[in-house]
Design a protein around this ligand. Structure first.
Ligand code: C2E
Ligand code: MG
Ligand code: MG
Length: 639
């Protein structure tokens, strides 16, 4: 072994290797090149690399030629050999004369028989661990020069660094691929999401310009999907969506896109269409997909969908506008009727019949004027003085007794009843507001009115509000409309337009029940809202050191950064009042301050304006939750 490593050649190999570190060159190609180049700079016949770990059998990953491959395989098969010894000890194993070697008794005779005379192995080190070994094989007896040993260990170290780097790159690529997939697909159904649809739209637009083709969008919304969720639970709702996605996927031709763009909204993007009539064919097929009932869990559910179509002929622009047009068309389709058909268990259940009965009674109650509105004060947290009131619908049916508003609203939302009830609540509360202002002219008081999704999305909603303001003389700046997040999930684009229109009238908007739905903090910055109402679910635990308290504090801080006002809902206890005050929620609402009460009670509260509203006398032992004094009975005579 006279050929001591040539420094120049070694540095050449090292720099060649280093350069590949920053390229996308495949691992295997680089390892193959390395073992081959080593035989040029070091006085050995062949070389190989074996990866070893405690949890895995050794496996060779590179060999400079047939003989190296043979020796690598020998060691891997036997589970014994100099490479394993180097891996285990973490030090080079230098065997200058194999015939005199005793540490690897099984390997020696087999290797000698194949012509090997000397072997030098170097651990692939990284930190305190090892990845395997670099093996150098010689057909002559004799040691490696000390400088060659150093050079070989350097190459082994570089190999280890390279392997780690390549692994990290592979992991990063896989993670990025996964991320990319997640970012562009809906996790529930696996379909492309709105973002990917947007990309495909741009792509379609470019293609259509180049090849002068037409395209169409079909916006499909499941009728009354919310009722499925409410009746059978979210799990069933999710199952239904997956089943729908599967059925609709059957309609997708190559080149088309089916995306899920909202809770129960699916969009088809069809390219290469010839005429607008082709779109009708697709729409018909979509409707046919809903003829057969769906089976979720053990329940058979018949549902329908409303389909809105938008067609862009050759040369016409394909953009977000097309999507907005399809969305509008879908709303038109809903208005024309299908929406009113609720999804029912095919064997119509008793509760559905009860609900239909209740719907009739509710309609009568509205017509006969037996609905009422209660008002719950919203106070300034710092001094518990009244800043506004929230209007809450009340109905005492002679047969059914007290019907919870949530229930009423759900029933009303299944039909146009919600529009009528919503308008009535708005008018009633604006009139009451005018009465209070006349009774206590020095007072300023905000009026918050709840608006349901169906009501807000009804065409002409903003003009209805405008008309009520005019009729009642209500100042738009004193009016707050409360909406829930569900609006943005199902109808984001359109809902934002409607809300922006209301803002333009001078009306403020509150995001109600924040924390119960999808609760994306993103909404807070994206939406034209001015107020966030943190849901009672958080406030109920805010008095203790809890996750809810941390979340409420974080939401409040973020909302303030965005210039929004924060209202804490459902404050029942003094500890909760203190906690939200400390967190910095500027306003609050709850039984701790005042329960909902009839309109006339508000005048008293306004007259006592300077006095803080504390319904309950602060006692040392807190009263149990929700068993507190009920609302004062509503008296129809106050109307
Ligand atoms: P919301 O808008 O979040 O209204 C607050 C609800 O919390 C009211 O329930 C109120 O009575 C209750 N609440 C207030 N303080 C406390 C408290 O300290 N503890 C507890 N446990 N509850 C408290 P309510 O009146 O039953 O109304 C329920 C929901 O019905 C409302 O929730 C709102 O989403 C809806 N709603 C009520 N009136 C209308 C309406 O006129 N139109 C529409 N679209 N929805 C309405
Ligand atoms: Mg509300
Ligand atoms: Mg609420």
């Amino acid at each position: 072994m006279v050929n001591v490593v040539n420094e120049d050649r070694l540095s050449l190999v090292l720099s060649e290797f280093a350069r590949t570190l920053i390229t996308d060159f495949p691992i295997q190609g680089i390892l193959d090149r390395l073992v081959e180049r080593i035989t040029h700079v070091l006085p050995v016949a062949s070389a190989g690399v074996t990866l070893i770990s405690d949890s895995m059998e050794p496996h060779y990953v590179a060999a400079s030629g047939e003989s190296a491959l043979h020796f690598e395989r020998l060691q891997a098969d036997m589970g014994q050999g100099p490479c394993i010894a180097a891996y285990t000890s973490g030090n080079p194993v230098l065997i200058a004369d194999l015939s005199a070697e005793t540490r690897v008794p099984e390997f020696v005779p087999a290797a000698l028989a194949s012509g090997l005379r000397a072997v030098f192995t170097f651990p692939l080190r990284h930190g305190d661990g090892r990845l395997g070994a670099l093996d150098l094989y010689s057909n002559d007896v004799g040691p490696l020069d000390e400088r060659d040993v150093v050079a070989a260990q350097t190459l082994a170290d570089v190999t280890a660094a390279y392997l780690l780097n390549a692994q990290a790159r592979q992991d990063a690529q896989a993670a990025s691929d996964r991320f990319q997939h997640h970012a562009l697909h809906d996790p529930l159904t696996g379909l492309p999401n709105r973002l990917l649809l947007q990309e495909r739209l741009e792509h379609a637009s470019q293609r259509a310009k180049r090849s002068h083709t037409a395209a169409a969008l079909l916006f499909t919304d499941i009728d009354g999907f919310k009722l499925i969720n409410d009746t059978y639970g979210h799990q069933a709702g999710d199952e239904l969506l997956v089943a729908i996605a599967q059925r609709l996927s059957g309609l997708v031709r190559s080149g088309d896109t089916l995306a899920r763009v909202g809770g129960d909204e699916f969009v088809f993007l069809c390219e290469d269409l010839r005429t607008a009539a082709d779109v009708d064919v697709v729409a018909k097929r979509i409707n046919e997909m809903f003829i057969r009932p769906f089976t979720i869990a053990t329940i058979e559910v018949s549902i329908t969908a409303s389909v809105g179509k938008a067609f862009a002929g050759p040369g016409e622009e394909i953009s977000d506008q097309l999507l907005a047009r399809a969305d509008m068309a879908m709303y038109e389709a809903k208005r024309e009727g299908t929406f009113l058909r609720p999804p029912v268990n095919t064997m119509e259940s008793r509760s559905t019949r009860d609900e239909q009965h209740l719907e009739g009674r509710l309609r009568t109650a509205l017509a006969e004027g037996s609905l009422e509105v209660a008002y719950q004060p919203i106070v300034r947290t710092a001094d518990a003085t009244i800043a506004g009131v929230e209007a809450l619908l009340r109905w005492n049916d002679p047969d059914h007794g007290w019907v919870p508003p949530i229930h009423m609203i759900r029933i009303a939302e299944r039909s146009s009843l919600i529009t009528e009830i919503g308008e009535w609540v708005m008018e009633r509360s604006c009139l009451d507001h005018a009465t209070w202002m006349a009774a206590v002219p020095s007072a300023t008081l905000d009026l918050a009115v709840n608006v349901s999704v169906r009501q807000l999305m009804e065409p002409g909603f903003a003009s209805m509000v405008d008309r009520v303001l005019t009729r009642t003389g209500m100042a738009p700046t004193a009016l707050i409309l409360e909406v829930t997040e569900s609006i943005f999930i199902d109808h984001s684009g359109l809902a934002i337009n409607v809300l922006a229109g209301l803002n333009a009238l001078g009306i403020r908007l509150a995001l109600d029940d924040f924390g119960t739905g999808y609760s994306s903090l993103n909404y807070l910055s994206r939406l034209p809202i001015q107020i966030v109402k943190i849901d009672r679910g958080f406030i109920a635990k805010v008095g203790t050191a809890s996750t809810e308290r941390v979340i409420a504090a974080a939401v409040t801080a973020l909302a303030h950064d965005l210039g929004l006002t924060v209202i804490a809902e459902g404050v029942e206890l003094e500890s909760e009042h203190e906690a939200i005050n400390a967190i910095g929620c500027e306003c609050a609402q709850g039984y701790f301050y005042a329960r909902p009460s009839p309109a006339d009670a508000i005048v008293d509260q306004l007259r006592r304006r300077a006095a803080p509203l504390r319904e309950r006398v602060l006692a040392s032992s807190p009263r149990p939750r929700t068993t507190a004094r009920p609302e004062r009975a509503m008296s129809p005579s106050t109307r």
